[in-house]
Design a protein around this ligand. Structure first.
Ligand code: ADP
Ligand code: MG
Ligand code: MG
Length: 194
């Protein structure tokens, strides 16, 4: 069950984790991309924090939508529109009721897939979102499992995004967007959102 307060705590913890891991996320992106994923994400989550502090929110839908607009306009790169679409998708679904967290996350995944067309195994954030949605449905999301999905992107060959330009050379590195998405799901566990 998501409430306004819980959702804000969840998103602020996500922002805190992104800020803490900013350098690491960019280092990961240095290996298979252009080295900006950490700064992109930190810029987005800082903007998100600001808008979440700016006013009082009445609905979970409004929180997710406003957060999504901030992420969409401030992250930039490929991941900005993807996180933006995830949050806008989640907001729409939250308008139907905030009790079913797995339905909300599923709508977020749908948003990412519609925007980016990535499939399982393409070495993107989808490789974390997809199993996470399933695990939330089955009430078996855990930090250990999140770690497994993130690490599982290491041997994958990138088929989408900048990393795909490297072909075989993308193998052997974790996907930065999978790592940042892992932080989002870890934050859910820690804030007791599930
Ligand atoms: P850019 O590649 O434009 O510099 P970022 O570095 O911020 O953007 O984000 C890169 C991340 O975006 C990748 O690690 C990957 O997880 C994600 N990504 C890229 N393309 C796609 C896609 N088509 N579908 C899902 N995720 C994607
Ligand atoms: Mg990048
Ligand atoms: Mg970039």
């Amino acid at each position: 069950m998501l409430t306004v307060e819980k959702t804000i705590r969840w998103l602020n913890l996500f922002g805190q984790k992104v800020e803490e891991k900013k350098v690491y996320l960019s280092e990961l992106d240095q290996a298979i991309g252009d080295g900006d994923h950490g700064t992109n994400m930190a810029r987005g989550t800082a903007a998100m924090k600001t808008v979440l502090e700016q006013k009082a929110y009445d609905t979970v839908q409004d929180v997710l939508k406003t957060a999504g607009m901030a992420l969409l306009s401030k992250i930039g790169g490929a991941s900005g529109p993807l996180y933006g679409s995830a949050f806008i998708g989640m907001a729409k679904q939250a308008g139907e009721g905030a009790a079913d967290v797995s339905a909300i996350l599923e709508a977020g995944l749908e948003g990412i897939r519609k925007r980016g067309n990535a499939e399982a195994g393409d070495k993107t954030m989808v490789d974390v979102w997809l199993p996470a949605v399933d695990a939330v449905k089955n009430k078996e999301l855990s930090r250990e499992r999140i770690d497994e999905w993130v690490k599982a992107t290491e041997p994958m060959k990138a088929k989408k995004g900048r990393a795909s330009y490297l072909g075989e050379r993308s193998i052997g590195h974790m996907d930065p967007g999978a790592v940042s998405s892992g932080l989002l799901f870890e934050s859910m566990i820690e804030e007791g959102v599930l």
